[in-house]
Design a protein around this ligand. Sequence first.
Ligand SMILES: Nc1ncnc2c1ncn2[C@@H]1O[C@H](COP(=O)(O)OP(=O)(O)O)[C@@H](O)[C@H]1O
Ligand SMILES: [Mg+2]
Length: 235
Amino acid sequence: MLTLDGISVAYGAVEVLHGVSLRVEAGELVCLLGANGAGKSTTVRAISGLLRPTAGRISFLGERLDGRPAHAVLERGIAQCPEGRRIFPEMNVLENLEMGAYVRGGQGARPEDLERVFHHFPRLKERLGQLGGTLSGGEQQMLAIARALMSRPRFLMLDEPSLGIMPRLVDSILEALAQIHRAEGLAMFLVEQNVPAALDLATRGYVLQTGRVVLEGSSRELLDSELVRKAYLGI
Ligand SMILES: Nc1ncnc2c1ncn2[C@@H]1O[C@H](COP(=O)(O)OP(=O)(O)O)[C@@H](O)[C@H]1O
Ligand SMILES: [Mg+2]
């Protein structure tokens, strides 16, 4: 479904991704693991069209994606939930969700789409009129995911959804993602530093170190690997 083939990305003269290759097939939940600064967010931003690779190729459903503007990528059905959950703080929950639907170019939020996100995140339904900026970190993350779902994506990228969130809410967010994946078969690309949680959710994954994929495999293989055990699980 999505293929990255030898992608390099630079900020100015500094190259931070050096020939990254990975793929996500339809219906898969694939994770990208790596320490701070490894290049995970850069990879996500390259896919979503916010950064232009200096080398390599990105394709989605057989169509070349790199070099296209971010709105064109979104229109193809690739939604992202960016790091740091950038919701609109001055808009209430419903208005944030409507913004998600708007990017689809449609007629606002459809009732069935709202029902779908409330089913996965009942807390949002209870807080429809509350301003985004006054939600807790975990609730903002739920809203960011829900907003991305409102665009009816074919492919959802999540950049560290568990970062800086209370453990109790992390579980319910990850459980909601698992449920969405199970129930709808939505293909997802999950970027995480929370390695045990990510490998629990994903079927397959990649490990990124200083801009290079150093390991890939099934979640089981990664969990059993020396590299992941030593570097990310501390065992
Ligand atoms: N806007 C930017 N300008 C310059 N360098 C950046 C920028 N964003 C990230 N970097 C650098 O690129 C590297 C990868 O960053 P990033 O993709 O954010 O890593 P991760 O998401 O894995 O923590 C880091 O060395 C970081 O300092
Ligand atoms: Mg990041």
